[in-house]
Design a binder for this molecule. Structure first.
Ligand code: ARG
Ligand code: ZN
Length: 462
């Protein structure tokens, strides 16, 4: 602090740089996502949900550490709050779309522990927050499952994978309805006509990977891999898809053993899966417990999707994206894990799958115009990110060798566990661990909008 700073004796020191926290965390594709000026450690989300009216009533406590002296800060939230308290005192707030700006009575000191308590009662499917609400209302309940964002429609937070936190999620629903979420089910108790389900995660979790499913589910707990419980849930409305869904998702423990053989220690504290009957058109790698659309099981058992979502527990959940541009680190590696599973199951080798895609798409096909290393926000989930992305991993194996790829991948997930990484950092690590200059390889596979040519630099046999 400057010597000339005039502060009355006994008054709290106010640093010269105290100011508002930024409304975004600095994501190139989504400048409004996340916020600046603080780091969340824990979310305590306490909800009551009435399916008939899609009415969500809640109190969320955010425990955060300011990283600068804050005169105001933002939370990402699409639902209108009824009150906001900061460190126990009422705070002023304004809301514009999903930006909730909060002005506490006192400046928040960098390095202190601050609590933000937000109370609300809303119908999430009716709140657009500037885009179509990603909240999914179903005939029997709701699904808070989405990517790249969903949390703003059920709790206020710092909604970006760069700020991960632990969660306590407690949801009261009419008796007879089930609630499934991340981690461990610490308690379920009924008072009157309402049953409260409590779920807890103890490993840092990105906001989009926190989920809840409310509805009629058949939930079972059994011994999973690594001495953990495996908790699976199947909608009671699955009909003829119930058999193939169970034949796939019940193999999760075996699949996690396979994946940990490739990638190292399973990074989270619980496991399982949830299959919804309606409302979901995709699967998502929700931390500890992925969620699946029933569509994946329409042609029978499908272990590929189970491998994919569980590979994300390492690539995406434990090691999270630095920003959404880095999506190849999630989808390329999760898709490549499916290829290795196929090889393990004897249904086609990784090289055969590579050759299939290489032959499938001629040079003038639009598949080659998307660059997995920077696909653009509208192409985050394009098949090129997945399939060209998996081809890139396989081609890297061809260039540096299977042992070196294994070494790079294991070093990556180990060194970045519970943290974040960018494609640039992955490339640096691959070059360090192999002692090789790999610019031509990565340029061809990740950054050039054209079909890579065969040759020693691209890992494609001539
Ligand atoms: N990460 C998910 C997966 O690869 C995809 C989610 C797609 N999201 C969406 N909103 N369509 O399984
Ligand atoms: Zn994926």
């Amino acid at each position: 602090m400057a010597a000339s700073c005039a502060v009355a004796v006994g008054a709290p020191a106010l640093a010269a740089d105290a100011g508002p926290g930024a409304p975004g965390i600095g994501d190139e594709y989504f400048p409004g996502y996340g916020n600046g000026g603080y780091d969340v450690g824990h979310y305590d989300v306490q909800l009551r949900y009435q399916p008939d009216e899609d009415r969500l009533t809640g109190t969320t406590t955010v425990v955060a550490e300011p990283t600068q002296d804050l005169t105001s800060f933002h939370l990402d939230f699409a639902l209108p709050p009824s009150s906001v308290k900061v460190n126990g005192r009422d705070a002023e707030f304004t809301q514009d779309g999903t930006e909730l700006q909060v002005t506490p009575q006192d400046v928040l000191q960098a390095g202190s522990t601050a609590t933000f308590v937000v109370e609300y009662s809303a119908v999430p499917s009716e709140e657009d927050g500037g885009e179509t609400s990603p909240w999914i209302r179903t005939g029997d309940g709701a699904l808070a499952v989405g990517q790249p964002r969903i949390s703003a429609w059920w709790f206020p937070g710092n909604d970006h994978p760069r700020d991960k936190a632990t969660f306590d999620i407690s949801v009261a629903v009419p008796d007879g309805t089930q609630v499934v979420s991340n981690g461990v089910n610490t308690d379920t108790s009924t008072i009157g006509d309402w049953t409260t389900w409590k779920w807890r995660t103890t490993e840092p979790t990105a906001t989009y990977l926190a989920f809840m499913a409310v509805g009629d589910y058949d939930i079972s707990t059994r011994e999973g891999a690594f001495g953990q419980q495996s908790i699976t849930a199947y909608s009671t409305g699955l009909g003829e898809l119930d058999g193939p869904a169970r034949a796939s998702v019940e193999r999760t423990p075996e699949i996690l053993e396979f994946l940990s053989g490739l990638l190292g220690e399973y990074p989270v504290e619980s496991q399982g899966g949830l299959v919804a009957a309606e409302g979901l058109s995709f699967a998502l790698e929700n931390q500890t417990r992925p969620t699946y659309s029933p569509a994946f099981f329409r042609s029978g058992a499908n272990t590929g999707v189970v491998v994919h979502e569980n590979a994300h527990q390492w690539f995406g959940d434990s090691v999270s994206l630095d920003q959404w541009r880095d999506i190849w680190l999630n989808e390329g590696f999760a898709s490549y894990a499916e290829w290795l599973w196929s090889e393990h199951e004897g249904t086609g080798t990784a090289q055969e799958l590579f050759d299939h895609y290489y032959a499938e798409y001629p040079p003038d096909h639009s598949f080659w115009t998307i660059t997995p290393g920077d696909p653009g926000r509208e192409n985050l989930f394009d098949e090129a990110v997945y399939d060209r992305g998996a081809m890139a991993v396989h081609a890297l194996r061809n260039v540096i060798g299977a042992d070196a790829l294994r070494d790079v991948v294991r070093a990556w997930v180990h060194s970045k566990r519970n943290s974040n990484g960018s494609v640039g950092e992955f490339i640096d690590l691959a070059e360090q661990r192999t002692g090789r200059q790999l610019d031509r390889f990565f340029d061809a596979w990740l950054y050039t909008p054209a079909k890579p040519e065969p040759g020693p630099d691209t890992g494609i046999p001539v």
